[in-house]
Design a protein around this ligand. Structure first.
Ligand SMILES: [Zn+2]
Length: 474
């Protein structure tokens, strides 16, 4: 097995995983298979996925070479890119079709995940968690929606926000319902919730204007900076609560969308280009002493893909990209300290360099098939030393020392980070074995089963956390 795999191998893994997950989710759902009115749409989704998967499996020999780390010819690369373009396009179109099927509920573990990661500011009476047929994650304030509607539709029927607040909504793509690693994106969306409910952006931009510019600034500039700043608040919240893995769902989504594009993904007047956002996360890691080397293979793939595409742009557009990136990183440096101060003033559990180190060793346990939601409070050596050293023939004393085996809950951020590290590590093995299966059905089941097992291990780990916390609560 090659130690490192190529960007092509990573790109293939991302697109194929999404397609396999979608077909598996739709195929497995009993609710969707019952009502005859849904059969046609469900059947169509499964057929199109199948067709796409057949095309991919026809090229099993090419994929085996990719996951063995062999060098590809220009023609191979072109062929691979065409295949992945079809795969990504098919996935995105089909995911939207899920709109026509009954809405899926969220998993209980997702609520536990949010409660553990976002406390003490996560209240189910204020935030609704939902699944969306769009392939995206987002947050919005229902009160703002209602206020907007009040103008022409519900005039006088909408209660005032102060009297009856509607709360906020966090939405996650349906395909990620049972994929806890993808839930990392909600840490960013939760940042938008905090911002919506406490105006962090407004204070940060006011400070920026006061400190940097002093003079009069046109209102349009301030509005543009606020849009930018709110994304920085969200990214910083994600990083503060979950560490560098908070950016990985965005990286995966950008790699998937990137398969459909010849041009790099640009700054969209709100979000910086994904490459700029990765740069910001790397800056934060450097500052906090987090060596995120184990997740670099995924980050580097995105940077290299986007840089290659940017290199093909006309000189002037390349210059524009650099100017925007310089402005954004400069703006990020200016607003960051104030935003982090606000996050620190709240009672969140901050993700630290030590948590990342722990996650690296937990990843080893995951690789050995063990859930990682709990840890012994005493080291194995200490327990062995105290429990297994004879004290004469009478062993009844040992019972009094059983407390040495007590376990405590691991932080949910460490569990998710361990999951990401292990998933990045196992990619080559997963796909090489799948494309070595004798037929397409077996290959498909191999990927789906192995992903499901990995998801289950992490879901089980999340499941343990609130139980152990309640057990050990004073
Ligand atoms: Zn956002």
């Amino acid at each position: 097995m090659p130690e490192t795999i190529s960007n092509h191998a990573r790109l293939g893994a991302v697109s194929i995983e999404y397609l396999v997950r979608l077909k598996y989710v739709v195929g497995q759902s009993t609710t969707w298979s019952r009502g005859t009115e849904y059969q046609a749409i469900r059947g169509k989704i499964l057929d199109v996925c199948q067709e796409c998967w057949s095309k991919l499996f026809n090229e099993a020999a090419l994929f085996r070479r990719i996951y063995q780390g062999k060098t590809l010819s220009e023609a191979d690369i072109l062929h691979l890119r065409t295949l992945l373009r079809t795969t990504s396009g098919t996935f995105i179109a089909l995911h939207e079709l899920l709109l026509f099927l009954p809405r899926e509920s969220i998993r209980r573990e997702l609520r536990d995940y949010c409660e553990c990661l976002f406390r003490p500011e996560f209240k189910t009476t204020k935030i609704s968690l939902m699944l969306t047929s769009l392939f995206a994650a987002f947050e919005y304030s229902l009160d703002e929606v209602m206020r907007f509607l009040e103008a022409d539709v519900f005039k006088s029927k909408v209660p005032k926000r102060q009297v009856l607040p509607f709360g906020n909504v966090l939405e996650l793509a349906i395909v990620d319902r049972s994929n806890p690693l993808a839930w990392a994106v909600l840490a960013h969306e939760f940042g938008h919730y905090l911002d919506h409910t406490s105006d962090i952006t407004k204070r940060a931009v006011d400070q920026f204007v006061k400190k940097r510019l002093r003079g009069k600034v046109p209102e349009s500039f301030i509005t543009a900076w606020k849009r930018l700043c709110s994304e920085i608040v969200a990214d910083l919240t994600g990083y503060y609560l979950l560490g560098p893995c908070s950016i990985l769902p965005l990286v995966n989504m950008s790699l998937l969308v990137g398969c459909l594009r010849d041009l790099p993904i640009e700054y969209d007047r709100e979000h910086g280009a994904p490459t700029t956002r990765v740069l910001m996360i790397r800056k934060l890691c450097e500052h906090d002493g987090i060596d995120a080397g184990r997740i670099n293979p995924l980050l580097d793939t995105l940077i290299e893909e986007e840089t290659r595409k940017a290199g093909e742009l006309p000189q002037k557009e390349q210059q524009n990209r650099t100017t925007i990136e310089d402005f954004l990183t400069d703006f990020f440096d200016a607003v960051r300290p104030g935003i982090l101060r606000e996050l620190k003033a709240r009672k969140f559990r901050q993700f630290t360099a030590r948590d990342y180190k722990n996650a690296e060793s937990l990843a080893q346990n995951l690789a050995n098939g063990l859930p990682v939601g709990s840890c012994r409070s005493h080291s194995d050596d200490e327990v062995r030393e105290k429990l297994l050293t004879p004290r004469g023939d009478d062993w009844t004393w040992a019972r009094k020392e059983y407390h040495l085996l007590t376990e405590h809950a691991v932080g949910v951020g460490e569990v998710i980070s361990a999951g990401w590290i292990d998933r990045i590590d196992l990619t080559a093995d997963l796909f090489l074995r799948a494309f070595s299966e004798p037929d397409q059905e077996k290959a498909f089941s191999y990927i789906a089963k192995r992903l499901e097992e990995h998801d289950d291990l992490i879901l089980k780990s999340i499941d343990m956390i609130p139980i152990l916390e309640a057990q050990n609560a004073p």
